[in-house]
Design a protein around this ligand. Sequence first.
Ligand code: GLU
Length: 281
Amino acid sequence: MGATANVTRFAPSPTGLLHLGHAHAALTAWRAARETGGRFLLRIEDIDPTRCRPDFTDAIRQDLAWLGLDWDGPVRVQSRHLTDYRAVLDALAARGLLYPCFCTRSDIAREIAASAAAPHGPDGPLYPGTCRRLSADQRATRMAAGEPHALRIDMAAALAAVPAPLTFREHASPRRCDPARFGDAVLARKDIPASYHLCVTHDDALQGVTLVTRGVDLLPATDLHRLLQALMGWPAPDYAHHALLTDATGRRLAKRDRAATLRDLREAGMSPAEVLRLAGG
Ligand code: GLU
């Protein structure tokens, strides 16, 4: 009997040109699909208009096509689906699992500095819960005045609404989740009516992704994603986080360090086969 046909995806954010680390991630997902007769999807995670650019989206398609990493079906471009994410937020809000947060960064920093304990989560210091304690009237007044606000998950309420402990399969072994270490995470930003955690989890479910392959830097985030799946009744895909490619000095390849882009390598005369070999083929 053959292996299950995996539905996988490569989900880059178009904030720059792809480098070898991206080629490694794309190749890992492409292989996991092709080797099992499954499907490989391409999704553009471009909800942040201040960081994403359409020319980088075009470059992603060109680079993948040049490498021969062909994808199945239409490309999902997240910025065209903000109403989908809104619907999820509305569903969570209707169950009392979200609250508006009017705090600025400096409000939060001040509150944290004034408190005795300042616990940290995977995304930084935990939100001290200031706006969770607002009364319904205070919230309504500030909303009516049009004060900008993010939407945060009420972590304690969310955890009470799902069976414990949550687990997911990481490289085929069960792994226990601890979403509480994110605290009241932001699910919709002040400037963007969505967030990475919300969109990625929604889209993996919507697109029927059965195996999520991605860098190990996103392993902690999976605890929060699993919580959203449990709250929304979405299936939990299997996960296989992979090591990040490093440069000769052992440093992680990153756009900000001007790691050689796939375009640089192509222009330097490298063939797709050579690039795929460097990317872990
Ligand atoms: N869009 C994310 C990134 O570029 C990856 C999302 C994921 O694979 O879950 O880092």
